[in-house]
Design a protein around this ligand. Structure first.
Ligand SMILES: C[S@@+](CC[C@H](N)C(=O)[O-])C[C@H]1O[C@@H](n2cnc3c(N)ncnc32)[C@H](O)[C@@H]1O
Length: 265
């Protein structure tokens, strides 16, 4: 099947040069410099001093404004605004240092390379699993791969419901991967979970590839799938479209629910 490829959306200069997390760091530093300059002006004019909370709020507001000017996604504006206030809150709460380390290790193991891949962990739900199951051929042996399998819920469900399918998942973040392996052992599931980057996997071995990634990951996924996937195989994406490539099928359970997109090669 031939697909029509449209243009991929252009990113602004700073967004093209840096991953969002690095850009966000620079924005907070720039906001701090702005705040310091504002402090110098205020003290030069002898206008007195601002209360501590107002400084944290101004830091967040400057950073939020900068992120808007640099064209970061909408949710970053809120993150920038709330980040300094969260620091203020934690300082006043006197959280012990080990709690920060623990929280850091937990989020690192859960989100791992999200700053690079721009694909955080969030699981799909059984309603989606059922729709994906209905797309899997029943009349022949098939191999299915979930690229970015998270806790493995979808893969274990498909392995149970489609005995003709060899179901596997690959996951880059250590904590979800480890939990998926443990859950598969506990549930005695035949699902296979590999640790690694799906970019290193040759997709030509799979009849069905499922992806629940993010808008940022879709153009790269398409380039890879187009090169490697075999005639007759299916690429299924939950929620996220491939810019400029019309799917063969779009399934939406309710008007307010995200769609499932299917491309057949
Ligand atoms: C939105 S979650 C989806 C989880 C799972 N597929 C589901 O439906 O519940 C996306 C997952 O993809 C993983 N991921 C992101 N980029 C990846 C990559 N290049 N290789 C393997 N996994 C990746 C993330 O760590 C995250 O757990």
């Amino acid at each position: 099947m031939q697909f029509k490829q449209g243009p991929t959306p252009e990113l602004s200069g700073a967004r093209r040069r840096f991953p969002p997390a690095i850009l966000a760091f620079f924005i907070q530093v720039a906001a701090l410099v702005l705040l310091w300059c504002m402090g110098q002006v205020v003290s030069w004019l002898e206008w007195g001093s601002l209360p501590g909370w107002a400084l944290f709020l101004a830091q967040g507001a400057f950073a939020s404004l900068l992120s808007m000017l640099l064209g970061m996604a909408v949710w970053w504006r809120l993150i920038h605004l709330l980040f300094p206030l969260a620091i203020l809150f934690m300082l006043q709460w006197q959280v012990p240092a080990w709690a920060y380390l623990l929280a850091f290790c937990f989020t690192l193991a859960l989100f791992w390379s999200t700053y690079r891949t721009q694909v955080p962990f969030y699981p799909s739900l059984p309603a989606t699993w059922r729709q994906v199951k209905d797309l899997i051929p029943v009349d022949k042996p098939v191999s299915v791969l979930d690229i970015g399998s998270g806790l493995g819920g979808l893969v274990m469900y498909l392995a149970r419901e489609r005995p003709n399918a060899t179901c596997a998942g690959i996951e880059l973040a250590p904590l979800p991967w480890l939990l998926s392996v443990l859950l598969a052992v506990l549930k005695k599931s035949p699902a296979i979970f590999k640790y690694g980057d799906y970019q290193a996997v040759n997709l030509s071995r799979y009849d069905v590839v499922f992806a629940y990634l993010s808008p940022a990951a879709m153009p790269d996924l398409w380039r890879k799938a187009e090169k490697e996937m075999q005639a007759g195989s299916l690429l299924i994406s939950y929620e996220f479209e491939i810019p400029g490539v019309a799917p063969k099928l779009q399934i939406q359970e309710r008007p307010d629910a995200p769609s499932i997109f299917v491309w057949e090669f």
